[in-house]
Design a protein around this ligand. Sequence first.
Ligand SMILES: [Cu+2]
Length: 163
Amino acid sequence: MNKTMVMTIFWLLLGTAVQSATAASTNNATGASAASSTSMPTVTGAWARATAPGQMVGAVYMTIASPVGARLQKIETSAAKMVEVHAMEHQNGIMRMRAVPSLHLAAGATVDLAPGGMHLMLMGLKQPLKAGDTLQLTMTFTTDKLAANTLVVDVPIRTTKPQ
Ligand SMILES: [Cu+2]
């Protein structure tokens, strides 16, 4: 191996190290530590359906993906008294909602919460969900790798499903 080649490898290695360090500090700066971790569930495409005045419940939809086995243990928001995971099922030709005590995600699984199917139900809304506003959910997951992790998700409120 000649000297030039050794130097090239050295610079390549150094370049990689610098890139990793930059990526790590960027994550800290934006506070996206939980979402960017590779061993944590991630949430994308979250939105809530705007509600009419007097309506006491609201629905939130999103896609949850997890690289590891995980369980959605708890969901909290200041917008409602409580949040439940609901599944839809046919019963004698009628669609009914059923509470899922704790949503389980297999390693590598993606779960879609979408209109007509699973959703998060906000029970006891403190005020109507107004289109254009944002609500915040705090989602606590337990995973196979880590005891418990919390994800804070900003949920835009809309009248229709995003395209
Ligand atoms: Cu529901």
